[in-house]
Write a protein that binds this ligand. Structure first.
Ligand code: PLP
Length: 497
């Protein structure tokens, strides 16, 4: 990207013509990058401290030409990037900065809107309203749900739990919780496979980690509703005050789907707020044939779906849909006089929906993604990812030296290397699979992550990047088998065949 350039003047911004030149260069670089992200290793190869060591300890005294900064971006920063936009990224949950989403981010930065009040950008507020209503309809959720965009699912869940605490009628908003003998200890229920964000939310809200009771799961890693009902009864008898249940549609480890209809029955009977963490799996409901993944969620009080996970929208973008948005707003609305506006209650001010005042204009990129791909384009991409997941699962199932550890409801496969002559409880399996993962990730062509399930160490291959094609998944399988052979874990004739 380097060419000679002027430095910024003593006042004001960069010269507009300089901006235009660099802007074109940067967009050209992005276009080249998106055309072939494989030219970089997917997992960064730097050692701890390499990037820091290549950077000066202090900011420059005077202006530097942007050409030099962009050259350093390529020289110093890029080698330290793990490429989430690489088609061989299969770790955690694979995500996508799609082209329309990237353009949305660019415009968002140019406008630099703070979407805190309606009047601080009416279009930002109204687009957020509209685009989340589009998403609600795509997901098949009923009209009673109103949406808000936060940065992450962790914050969506935190806000949902704050609403649950508000709904419990304990006046915590005004009086706090500490030093109040009139408040029993509060309890939230979630499965032992739930994401750690539920516990983190409980920490922030003063419930503490002990305020989260983890409900056991069945053989397919789904919350056991009978165990949930028993836990609530036990807790009430012991003096706890249950306030919420958090079910998961697409757990982090195995993407299991909790039985939300049965959990919704219990929540209704017990008068508990039902929050559904569908951060990853929820978008599958856009496919008419997969609507059932959100079965029972029409009865939830809140549900989070992350467009920045499997809906091709650049990080960050998390949508919380709430059926009781009045309660959510009651938990957070606090308007100092300088933020009062003449529009009053005639408009929505999204600062009232959470703890933050300043808010990015995230709806813009989501709008651009939904329009640029359309329902049909999104459906095609999601179903292709699920087909690739099933294909990989078939390869694992068809090979006696590999073992699948969980069902594949979406596009993530959990599996491990178990040489056919090794018992399934062989203690060496843990280290073998750890070394296998390290070897595969060192290839630069594929990046997978791991999960420990009931003491078993397993690998996860999560398909979700918009650029991942069958050839990338096939290549990952080849690399896995070659690495297993290199580790001496397979007979040569088997792995080479
Ligand atoms: N919920 C589930 C099921 C997840 O898998 C994750 C992250 O992977 C989260 C919540 C947290 O997401 P975020 O990074 O948006 O906070």
């Amino acid at each position: 990207m380097a060419s000679d350039g002027m430095v910024a003047g003593p006042l004001g911004d960069l010269d507009p013509e300089e901006f235009r030149r660099h802007g074109h260069e940067v967009v050209d670089w992005i276009a080249g990058f998106l055309a072939a992200p494989e030219r970089y290793p997917v997992l960064a190869r730097v050692k701890p401290g390499d990037v820091r060591g290549a950077l000066p300890a202090s900011a420059p005294d005077g202006p530097e030409p942007l050409d030099r900064v962009l050259a350093d971006f390529e020289r110093v920063i890029l080698p330290g990037i793990t490429h989430w936009n690489h088609p061989g990224f299969f770790a955690y949950f694979a995500i996508s900065g799609s082209a329309p989403g990237i353009l949305g981010e660019l415009l968002c930065a140019a406008l630099n809107v703070n979407a805190m009040l309606w009047r601080t950008s009416p279009a930002a507020t109204e687009l957020e309203d509209v685009v989340l209503d589009w998403l609600r309809k795509l997901l098949g959720l009923p009209a009673g749900f109103r949406g808000v965009i936060y940065d992450t699912a962790s914050i969506s869940t935190l806000c949902a739990l704050a609403a649950a605490r508000e709904a419990a009628g304990l006046e915590v908003r005004e009086r706090g919780m500490a030093g109040r003998p009139d408040i029993p200890r509060l309890r939230v229920y979630t499965s032992e496979q739930a994401h750690s964000s539920v516990e983190k939310g409980a920490i922030v809200l003063g419930l503490g980690r002990e305020g989260v009771r983890k409900i056991p799961t069945d053989a397919e890693f789904r919350m056991d509703p009978a165990a949930l009902a028993r836990a609530i009864t036990e807790d009430r008898a012991a003096g706890w005050r249950p306030i919420a249940v958090c079910a998961t549609v697409g757990t982090t480890g195995t993407t299991s789907v909790d039985p939300v209809p049965a959990i919704a029955d219990i929540a209704a009977r017990e008068g508990l707020w039902l929050h559904v963490d569908a951060a990853y799996g929820g978008v599958a409901a856009i496919l008419p044939e997969r609507r059932e993944v959100l079965a029972g969620c029409d009865r939830a009080d809140s549900i989070v779906v992350n467009p920045h996970k499997w809906l091709f929208t650049p990080v960050d973008c998390s949508a919380l849909f709430c059926r009781r948005s009045d309660v959510l707003k009651r938990a957070f609305t606090l308007v100092p006089s300088f933020l009062q506006t003449p529009e009053g209650t005639a408009v929505e001010n999204y600062m009232d929906w959470g703890p933050q005042l300043g808010r990015r204009f995230r709806a813009l990129k989501l709008w651009m993604v939904l329009r640029a791909f359309g329902r049909s384009g999104i459906e095609a991409r999601l179903s292709e990812h699920m087909r690739l997941g099933r294909l990989f699962a078939e390869w694992v199932d068809g090979d006696p030296d590999w073992e699948r550890i969980a069902p594949v409801p979406f596009s993530t496969v959990v599996f491990r290397l178990r040489p056919r002559v090794w018992a399934s409880d062989d203690p060496r399996l843990h280290a073998l699979n750890e070394r296998l993962l390290e070897g595969v990730n060192a290839s630069g062509e594929a990046f997978l992550s791991h999960v420990v399930l009931g003491g078993r160490y397993a690998l996860r291959l999560a398909i979700g990047n918009i650029r991942t094609e069958e050839r990338h998944v096939r290549r990952a399988w080849e690399i896995l088998r070659a690495e297993a052979l290199r580790l001496g874990a397979l007979p040569v004739t088997v792995a080479g065949g």
